[in-house]
Ligand binder design. Structure first.
Ligand code: AHR
Length: 324
């Protein structure tokens, strides 16, 4: 039986005329799991395509090793998202020298202008961070607290990750537009639920008062909710909580009144990747433009205008459509 299986797999892989390799960061959040499932599912589901997948477990050195392995294996396309922004130029130039088309996803490397890439799809992290704070500022105005001095804590993602760098930039820039918001705490929760909980527990002991928590992803917001409850406070009321990603667990928390809003950052890049590879195989040039999928803002009542055309939608109206 084993021999038969080996033969069948051998024949199947002989038909796989396109080898698509994907270097993924790890599995730190619900968003990341959905991202992996979307891309891996789309590639594996495509007739004649073989997926070679590597999970780097949040380590840059593992990603560099994986990229070099992909080159050695002679794959046809490389999909790449980097755990941090810096330190990729050398290995990505090796990918270029091997003439393997590179598709950048999610977190962009800071050397984009020094390397060749065939397509790029990622979130607009600065805008997401701006929307987080704008949502809080506008919501406070809507409940008559627009003039009140309000203490804000910013829970950041993995230090040096594109999503952390961009969202922090957007968070801080938007704070300037709402002078009543006062930054009282800022640290990393590493994009995980456990570290979000631990950081919130430590803030609740060391910071006098937190009125608003800006968590740069939903997993950290959900961890913080556990910490807030553990301290005998009411999440969503005693502390206003704005997350980012818009995963199903955040929608549940919003509908339960424990979280106030989430800014969307779609993880569903599978269809974009398949479309890009098909076009590249057909000889199309996709250009250098970084494509940002359209993204929303979700909260309990809807109607908060965050600027730049982003008006919040009621979480309860879309919760059933959310798959991840
Ligand atoms: O790069 C996207 C970010 O990474 C998501 O916001 C976060 O949940 C993930 O881990």
């Amino acid at each position: 039986l084993a021999l038969a299986l080996v033969m069948i797999l051998g024949v199947a892989s002989a038909f796989a005329d396109v080898k698509v390799a994907f270097s993924q960061i790890g599995q730190e959040s619900d968003w990341r799991t959905a991202n992996t499932d979307s891309i891996n599912g789309a590639v594996k589901g495509h007739e004649g395509w073989e997926l070679i997948y590597d999970d780097a477990q949040q380590k840059q050195e593992n990603q560099i090793k994986a990229l070099r392995n992909f080159i050695t294996q002679g794959v046809d396309f490389i999909l790449f998202t980097g755990v941090v922004e810096t330190g990729w130029e050398e290995v990505l130039k090796e990918v270029n020298e091997a003439e393997i088309p590179l598709i950048l996803i999610d977190r962009m490397p800071d050397c984009m202008d020094k390397i060749e890439y065939a397509a790029a799809f990622g979130g607009d992290f600065v805008e997401e961070g701006r929307r987080q704070v704008a949502w809080a500022g506008e919501y406070l105005k809507s409940i008559g607290r627009g003039e009140e001095e309000v203490n804000v804590a910013i829970m950041e993602g993995t230090t040096g990750a594109g999503a952390q760098v961009g969202r922090t930039k957007g968070n801080l820039a938007a704070m300037e537009a709402y002078p009543n918001l006062k930054l009282v705490a800022q640290n990393t929760g590493n994009f995980t639920r456990a570290e979000g909980q631990a950081l919130m527990e430590s803030w609740l002991k060391s910071v006098d008062k937190i009125d608003v928590l800006i968590a740069q992803n939903d997993d950290m917001a959900l961890g913080a909710i556990d910490a807030i409850k553990g301290a005998g406070l009411v999440p969503g009321k005693d502390i206003i909580i704005v997350g980012c990603d818009s995963v199903k667990a955040a929608f549940d928390a919003i509908v339960a009144g424990e979280m106030n809003a989430t800014i969307e950052c779609t993880p569903l890049y599978g269809p974009f990747v398949v479309d890009a590879i098909e076009k590249l195989i057909a000889g199309e040039d996709l250009g250098k433009e970084l494509i940002h999928p359209v993204e929303g803002v979700y909260d309990i009542d809807g109607g908060i205008d965050c600027g730049n055309g982003a008006v919040s939608v009621k979480a309860a109206d879309v919760i059933n459509e959310r798959q991840y």
